[in-house]
Ligand binder design. Structure first.
Ligand code: BGC
Length: 416
């Protein structure tokens, strides 16, 4: 019945006729791509599928980082009404895989040679027990800074290379009466900044020990206190209205020249492009100072929920479309991310995209590619949420840095 209602609601559903029987070829896709830039990228996927005769039933759940989408997903699965395909990140995918809820994509993967072209770091999150359980769409990374070029030029600011230079640039903007940092006020956004800040404060070995290995010594260290001190400096340079603000509205502040910098993953680039802005002319992208050789990544994937034992033709077509080299280029150019395949040319990408692809390859080769804590690629949701709570409480002035360090150690030891 539910299926019938959904089909009736979706005027776009495409009907294919085989042997006189009408078969509804449609995928219901749950995702959190609701900002302007994200919606433009999603359209690339919708159009690709529609051209293949597959209808799209849209199930958007607003909320960057996907926490709300995951809550809706759990409710749908509990009600026995899982969507066909679901955007998901890192350890969440592995959790659903462990529950046996996902369709096995091995046949599509084998036919199309995914093992050879999808990097190991992504395969880790796309396979469970050796079986392909999701289709990687892209690779994003969180340790980027986005800047309004005219604002920087007007204040004589060059791209900062070190934390000290970054602090000086921020102070220059402050003195000039410009909001230095555009920040949204949601825990996942503060955690996104913390990915880069912690990496800059302690380097890759520290990042791995604290966020991936959950080493108590690293979590409770002076370096962690330094990371919280850096967050306090950033907090002192955001505007008064940041609380509750969405990430894309913070990006809009940089786009409009109301603020100088935003520290955000490269989905922010999608907003600049959607506003008709050009990298190098209107805006600048650079790695968070002190993390130039490192990449903290998150990869969007689509997991396909098991619809009764076998992967459906629509699910297989969606998975295949997502991994096709032409789609990987077309989609990621718009989204701000880089391809999930290593064999896609960077030709169609702008300067930030080309840098993203080069950084990813070199970080991966030098052992400096790490999963993003903020975006579910360092640890399971329980640990990530425990970290969110402490980072946010500190950002909002509830804890000083020394207390935040103690709280972090406790929260992680309870959650893990
Ligand atoms: C996703 C991106 C998305 C961003 C903001 C991240 O977790 O990986 O695709 O654009 O959240 O919504």
């Amino acid at each position: 019945m539910k299926g019938l209602i959904k089909s009736a609601l979706n005027g776009m559903a495409v009907l294919a006729f085989s042997g006189g029987m009408a078969v509804s070829q449609e995928v219901e896709v749950l995702h959190w791509w609701t900002s302007g830039g994200e919606a433009s990228a999603l359209n690339v996927l919708k159009q690709d599928l529609e051209a293949k005769g597959i209808g799209w039933l849209d199930m958007p759940v607003a909320g960057g980082g996907g926490e709300q989408a995951m809550t809706v997903l759990r409710a749908r699965v509990t009600a026995g009404d899982a969507p066909t395909a679901v955007q998901a990140l890192g350890f969440d995918i592995l959790d659903w895989g462990a529950q046996g809820a996902l369709a096995n994509l091995n046949d599509v993967a084998a036919a199309e040679g995914w093992d050879d072209v999808i990097p190991e770091a992504l395969q880790y999150f796309a396979k469970y027990d050796g079986q392909w359980i999701s289709a990687p769409v892209n690779v994003h990374s969180t340790n980027w800074v986005w800047a309004n070029k005219a604002v920087l030029d007007a204040n004589g600011i060059a791209i900062p290379e070190t934390w000290e230079e970054f602090m000086a640039a921020i102070e220059t903007l402050s003195a000039a009466g410009v909001t230095p940092v555009a920040q949204g006020g949601k825990p996942w956004q503060e955690a996104t900044v913390f990915d880069a800040v912690a990496m800059s404060a302690g380097g890759p070995a520290f990042y791995k020990a604290a966020f991936i290995d959950l080493d108590e010594e690293a979590l409770g260290s002076d370096t962690m206190k330094e990371a919280f001190d850096r967050m306090a400096f950033i907090r002192a340079h955001v505007d008064d209205n940041f609380s509750g603000r969405s990430w894309n509205l913070a990006t809009a502040m940089v786009i409009n020249g109301e603020a100088g910098f935003q520290m955000m993953g490269d989905w922010a680039k999608g907003e600049f492009l959607n506003a008709g802005k050009v990298p190098g002319e209107d805006f600048l992208c650079f790695r968070f100072p002190g993390t130039q050789n490192q990449v903290t990544f998150n990869a969007d994937q689509f997991m396909m929920f098991d619809q009764g034992g076998v992967v459906s033709p629509e699910q297989a077509a969606l998975a295949s479309a997502i991994l096709s080299p032409s789609f990987q280029s077309a989609f990621n150019v718009v989204k701000g991310s880089v391809p999930a395949r290593t064999d896609v040319s960077d030709e169609a990408f702008d300067a930030c995209g080309k840098q993203g692809m080069a950084d990813l390859a070199s970080a991966s080769a030098s052992g400096n590619l790490f999963g993003s804590m903020a975006h579910g690629h360092a640890n399971q949701a329980a640990v990530r949420n425990a970290m969110y709570d402490v980072i946010t409480a500190h950002f909002n002035g509830e804890y000083d840095s020394a207390t935040a360090v103690e709280e972090l150690v406790d929260a992680v030891s309870i959650a893990k």
